[in-house]
Design a binder for this molecule. Sequence first.
Ligand code: MOS
Length: 730
Amino acid sequence: MNKHVMDKAIGETRLDRNTQGIIGKGVDRYEGPLKVSGRATYAYENLAGEDVAYGFVVPAPIGRGAIKSVDTSKAESAPGVLAVISGDKILRASSQPMAPAAQTIDGEVFHYNQPLAIVIAESFEAARHASHLVTADYEPKQGRYDVKARETVRKPDAMPMEPVNERGDFEKAFAEAEVQFDETYTTPSYHAAAMEPHASVAKWDGDRLTVWSSCQLLETNVKQIAAGVGLDVSKVRLHSPYIGGGFGSKLGIGPDAVFASLGAMTVGKPVKIALTRQNVFQQTSRRGETVQRVRFGATKEGKITCFAHETDTTNSPGNGFFEPSGISSVFLYPGKDRRIAHTIVETDALMTSAVRAPGEATGMLATESALDELADRLGIDPIDLRRMNEPKVNPQDDTPFSSRMLLECIEEGAGRFGWGDRPQKPGTRREGEWLIGMGMSSASRKNSLMKSSAEIEMSPDGRATVRTSMTDIGTGTYTILQQIAAEMLGLPLDQVDVELGDTALPASSGSGGSWGANSAGSSVFVAAEAMIAELAKRLDVDAETLTLKDGHAIAGNRQIPFSEILKGEAITVLGQIEPGKTDEETHQASYGAHFAEVAVNVVTGETRVRRLLTVGAAGRILNHKTATSQCYGGQIWGIGYALEEELVIDTRNGLMVNHDLAEYHVPVHADVPKLDVVLLEERDTHASPLAGKGIGELAIAGVGAAINNAIYNATGVRVRDYPVTMDKLL
Ligand code: MOS
């Protein structure tokens, strides 16, 4: 097979030259109808009609303690039960979805509802019934549950960023600053709460394990499953063709994947396990609480001279991941003397991990409110303050920005939203019982490109098939990869098939960190270039002079159908992209701006978001419809983070109080106004051969702060403790 590897971004490409106009077009996701008509097979629906067993997870109903003994005898003799698996194997497998087997937990309960055992039975009902018959003796211990108590603090691992970024002498510069701004913001824990629960089906044939699970990063996830059951990774194949949302909670495997596998290896038939909604909340992962101190030193005219953003966040013992609230702060705000730092406060609650836009989603709730507050104190319009303080190069290390359209997004949004009509003085515009206000914020999301590969096969009839272990988490991956291949190969969309979600296919980046479309898409781009080179070779022409259009190769005055070039034989090529030098030479991020108008009821304190506009710049947009939908999602999460979402952990005993969607409030239709999204034209040729950047997590960054700033503008009440619920406004 012809393998092409590209490790750097390039300037003008075939996507700019002989364009068919397929790239960028808002074409419908072709897998959408499969999903809404039940024809897309989700993890739990596999092996339908086959003789399978069902597993049910038994949780430990304490927050912290030692397990003295477990009695499974009653459960084992219950009707239909095939096996009850308990002991350290279970505890180890369930302790860390991001890296199972990394931690030995030796009969200890580290968080409320931690898996204690699994029951495997002939039916789901029999397994669930028997799960209630498992009993255990515990020696309870006092757990640490409160981020603010700071009982145990430690340095995080350098994941997903360096925890401490310093330049100059912040404390000295701050002490000498004309204006000193120093406020602390808090955000609660949050849950990803994807629609499809974590679910797996596992089949063991005595030597090889096949798992269907709902996962974002198959290449990592298959290793985690193999480690969890003690197999070599070559013995495990993971399928994940359709995923009902992940939002970070499926970057690692859920306990269901290892449990179903252990179950299948124990009872000799395939095992299905779906976590209940309550167990999705309590046994996968969550976003950590944060306490964020934001300090700006400035001149009276509003020039920021120094900046510090210091975050306390939580994780459980043995876990080094941290909510990187300062991830955007490193490059977004100026200040010669600066300090962006993170500390883990260890708590004995469910491990914390990545949830949509880890870092920006919480950090910009703080910093973008702080800038609004600073502007207000200085008597400057918040947009003018941002204009005055736009850095020319990355303030952390002076690297140039690959492109940075932040101010363009702000200007565009201000014009469209009617920013000039914003009440100058807070609390002055009233319509009956409602106070009206407007607020804005910046948005940014660091861009990353990951190693990814894909193959393209052209069959003798001229159809193309794209194959990669990439996932479609609901974002439209199938469709955009089809668009890229069709555009590059001069084929109509329906002549391109896409196969995803299988570790037997070429290894991909998977979906996470907003890198999926660019990374997997670039690998398809490279493979298509390889295919073009192959066709050119067969025609004995220079690939640069070859144009592919409507299933034909056009060289000079010759026009040859693909089927004629292929002569009855399929061609398969492999393309691979790797992050290259341009990653280090420039700082890459997507940018945007949010504008919100709210009405706050003077009697009840209820906030209604009336209008929400997001303007984004994320390089070449591959599909305007799917990109816009990602932004709608971010905006709605922003409404949730501003007004509703809060995962409550009882600081006395570690119970996750609101562990389902009845109690964990997310925005519903009635909470969401008509949403506006505008995406600016941009090409970032440093970022990838597609000249695109990540967009998935851009729109959630900052939007909650825009709403909070609008609430201040409406009421004159500044809330620094999210969510901004009614009680905090009255
Ligand atoms: Mo995202 S939190 O990297 O799925």
